[in-house]
Design a protein around this ligand. Sequence first.
Ligand SMILES: [Zn+2]
Length: 93
Amino acid sequence: MKIMNMMPSCREITEQASDYLNQDLSPWQRAAFRMHLLMCVYCRRHVKHLGLTVATLGKIASEEKARENDDIQQIIALIKRQQKESPEQKGGD
Ligand SMILES: [Zn+2]
């Protein structure tokens, strides 16, 4: 059967897993990928696990970015407040 030639190997699935999750595969590759997953528990687990990892990493990254932004906003607010509270104080006390 020719269709077996089109079926990616476990190794190819592992290599393509992140592309699959990023939706970077062609429709044909996706179809073959899914077909393999249907028949292979090992790759199904691998892709599921990778998907969870990617989702978690993405979440952490966006949360960190949000926190970073928050910090910057706070620092800017602090500087602005200090500028308001002490306008043009010429050193010394
Ligand atoms: Zn497999």
